[in-house]
Design a protein around this ligand. Structure first.
Ligand SMILES: [Zn+2]
Length: 356
């Protein structure tokens, strides 16, 4: 009984003591030692298994983590490209907004001008209208309430001859704002324009916005070249100018007022337009549209400057021109005239010092 109890309660001290114990106890001791060894082995095996299991679990976790990280990387990559795309879209929308804003500004400026043009009684204050009155006074015989100026930009071209023929047919004088570098092949046309009694205006020598509007110096260089060239070919010094893109163009980074003041200093007047035929873009509008655009507002203005283009691709302008002239000639108290240095200008921008 006592031996059994001892074996049950074996401790390291007991084991030491047992080495001097009587014979009959040894087998029990052996048994307990053998049992302890088994336990230890089992424990070791258990520990090893646990260790292996832990390592396996850790590796599995690492693998899962790696997969997740890769997933996340992919997601982040996707998000980055989406953000880049959205940024691009936002930038584009910003640009479109800016464009809309300038267009709105231009429109409201044009509307303002038209409204003030409409109120004829309120004239006098504006330089333009004061000028217009003096023209009326200084041009005997022209007392019409509505003066219409047909203007053709970008020529001479393959169409010029036909434009001249149509104008001649209706006994109408117009204004050609020509471009210098392309007139070199059409110098005969420049002479014909002048000989037929039309006004030869300048539309720059190069018509290259980036060069022309780079600085006042480059503008002056182009202007001088153009004015001299036209005088050499035709013997006439041109005194009227139309800015490529108009004075309200949004391409020039130099304030257009500076160019306007330069021209003024040269004794040259620039003309924009208050009626656009719509033939300026790359889309070719049908003749009916051009006729409608050119004629519908003429009776609202005392001065109508109509913008058209003289260039080979503008076939519908040629098509529309006879009807445009006929329609205007049929209007009451309306006359078609060429622009002269004395014509009251239609200008999109205010550039004189006192006009702010
Ligand atoms: Zn042009």
């Amino acid at each position: 009984m006592s031996g059994k109890k001892r074996s049950e309660e074996t401790t390291p001290e007991d084991t030491a003591h047992l080495s001097h114990a009587p014979e009959h106890d040894i087998s029990e001791d052996k048994i307990s030692r053998v049992g302890g060894g088994k336990m230890q082995r089992r424990l070791r095996r258990y520990n090893i298994r646990m260790l292996i299991a832990s390592v396996a679990i850790l590796m599995a976790l690492c693998a899962v983590l790696l997969v997740r990280i890769q997933d996340l990387n992919g997601t982040i990559g996707n998000m980055a490209s989406q953000i880049a795309r959205l940024t691009g879209v936002a930038a584009q929308q910003q640009e479109e907004l800016e464009l809309l804003r300038t267009l709105t500004e231009e429109l409201s400026a044009a509307l303002e001008e038209k409204l003030s043009d409409g109120g004829k009684e309120a004239a006098g204050k504006k330089d333009g209208q004061a000028g217009e009155k003096s023209v009326e006074a200084s041009t005997p015989g022209i007392t019409a309430a509505h003066k219409v100026y047909l203007t053709f930009d970008d020529g001479p071209s393959d169409n010029t001859e036909e434009v001249l023929e149509i104008l001649d047919r209706y006994g109408v004088k117009a204004t050609f704002f020509v471009v210098g570098n392309q007139a070199e092949q059409e110098e005969e046309m420049l002479k014909k324009i002048v000989e037929a009694g039309h006004t030869l205006g300048m539309h720059s020598y190069s018509h290259k916005y980036s060069e022309l509007y780079a600085s006042v110096e480059s503008f002056a260089e182009d202007f001088t070249k153009m004015q001299n060239y036209l005088e050499e070919v035709t013997g006439v010094k041109s005194l009227v100018y139309r800015f490529p893109g108009g004075s309200s163009n949004t391409i020039s980074e130099v304030d257009m007022k500076e160019f306007a003041r330069y021209l003024d200093g040269q004794g040259v007047c620039f003309f924009d337009w208050n009626i656009s035929s719509g033939d300026g873009g790359s889309y070719l509008f049908p003749a009916e549209t051009l006729i409608e655009n050119c004629t519908k507002n003429v009776s609202k203005y005392s001065t109508s400057v109509i913008l058209m283009h003289d260039s080979a691709s503008k076939s519908t302008t040629l098509e529309a021109l006879p009807t445009i002239i006929e329609t205007i000639q049929a209007m009451e108290d309306t006359v078609i005239l060429p622009i002269t240095a004395e014509t009251s200008p239609v200008q999109h921008i205010k550039w004189q010092e006192n006009e702010g």
